[in-house]
Design a protein around this ligand. Structure first.
Ligand code: PLP
Length: 396
């Protein structure tokens, strides 16, 4: 590890003293030649891993248009919206450059839909995360993120995630324009709601005359082994879905998907983006969709099963350190009884990249292309770290 990294980058991130410089599949090397298994994939972004041939081919196409502006059509953009319609039950798409921006668009669209009805409230979930811009931050009820930036955008009402009584009460009380939630909370610590919650929530929200936005920025585009995380409970027909992270395999692209019912709710001039969905980003997203469509989703489900059983085996070996293993597909969290940060730090020093979105949760979002060798390597390193902690506890 390089302990002397300095730069003029504004310090909104606490960075590890490591300069990553090359990668292949799920493996990455730092500037000093050290090797790491990457089980975080740029926080769920490098879906096809490093240096994937399909991505290299797109990047090497010198004749490609990189950007056109959204005043014109371009073929990759047309194709991408058609492919997305095909996998989402006919949803329309509005592209952005990140998950936060996709949620901003979604929040605005919920307001736009509610406006003629005199509804502007939006229900959000405790533990949820939707981004850092003022609208998406206002939808993210985490005190330490919100408090320094008050006053926030008004009208967001946080309720208890996974609790239908809390939802019923808030729908009746606030008559909201919409509800925003993640099908699995990612930054909140890989929190999976109880079975049946998502489908019943959608039914109740629609019955109350509100719209539902599933924030699939982390859980969508194959991460859970299905196109979207909500599909674990069937085809629920959400009004809005937001996507980003892994959909561009490293190229910044996100999007708001809108059901046909609301596709005309935004009019020209209501929203916009200079870069969003440019030809290069659209081609990258098409490559990811192709990969997922040609056996990729099945591969994620298979690798997910392997990860689940190996993580559960670790839990059985270290029941005092691991409280719970939770997740789906290639989105996993380990709830620990001890602070997670030292585990993450020690794993890094042994060549494994993971992170801790919450004080007692380790998160893993590996690239979709991982294989059993990578999973075994990850679990061996984790086992070594937990062994060392057990020894320390015994001697301390
Ligand atoms: C569920 C969810 N929504 C939104 C965001 C924000 O996305 P971005 O960082 O691409 O703006 C994130 C990022 O972690 C996320 O996990």
């Amino acid at each position: 590890m390089n302990s002397t990294v300095q730069s003029h980058l504004v310090g909104v991130y606490k960075r590890y003293p490591v300069i990553l410089s090359a990668g292949e599949g799920a493996e990455v090397w730092d500037s000093e030649g050290r090797h790491y298994w990457d089980f975080l994939a740029g926080i769920g972004v490098n879906s096809l891993g490093y240096h994937h041939p399909d991505i290299q081919r797109i990047l090497q196409d010198a004749s490609a248009l990189m950007h056109t502006s959204n005043l014109f059509w371009h073929q990759p953009g047309i194709e991408l919206s058609e492919r997305i319609a095909g996998i989402s039950g006919g949803m329309w798409s509005l592209w952005s450059n990140s998950g936060t921006e996709a949620n901003e668009a979604g929040i605005k669209l919920m307001r736009r839909i509610g406006h003629p009805l005199g509804r502007h409230h939006i229900l959000t979930m405790h533990g949820g995360f939707h981004g850092r811009t003022l609208g998406s931050l206002s939808a993210t009820p985490v005190r330490r993120y919100q408090e320094p930036f008050e006053p926030l955008v008004p009208g967001f009402v946080p309720i208890t995630y996974g609790d239908l009584d809390s939802l019923a009460e808030a729908l009746a009380r606030w008559q909201p324009a919409g509800v925003i939630m993640e099908p699995i909370q990612g930054e909140g610590g890989i929190v999976v709601p109880p079975p049946g919650y998502l489908s019943e929530a959608v039914r109740m929200i629609h019955q109350a005359g509100a719209v539902i936005l599933f924030d699939e920025v982390q859980s969508g585009m194959g991460r859970t082994g299905q196109w979207f995380g909500y599909q674990v409970e069937g085809e629920l027909e959400p009004d809005l879905i937001t996507v980003a992270k892994g959909m561009g395999a490293g190229m910044p692209i996100g999007g708001l998907l809108v059901s046909a019912k609301w596709a005309q709710a935004f009019e020209p001039g209501d929203h916009g983006t200079t870069f969003g969905g440019n030809p290069l980003a659209s081609k990258m997203a098409l490559a990811v969709i192709d990969w997922l469509d040609h056996g990729g989703l099945e591969h994620i489900r298979q690798m997910g099963t392997v990860m689940q059983s190996q993580l559960r085996a670790l839990q059985n070996r270290y029941p005092d350190l691991i409280r719970e293993v939770r997740g789906r597909g290639l989105m996993w969290g380990i709830k620990t009884s001890v602070p997670a940060a030292p585990i993450v730090q020690q794993a890094l020093s042994l060549g494994l990249i993971i992170n801790a979105p919450q004080s007692h949760v380790i998160r893993m979002l590996p690239p979709f292309v991982i294989d059993e060798t990578a999973i075994a390597a990850c679990c061996t390193i984790l086992g070594t770290v937990l062994d060392q902690m057990t020894q320390q506890q015994m001697s301390g």
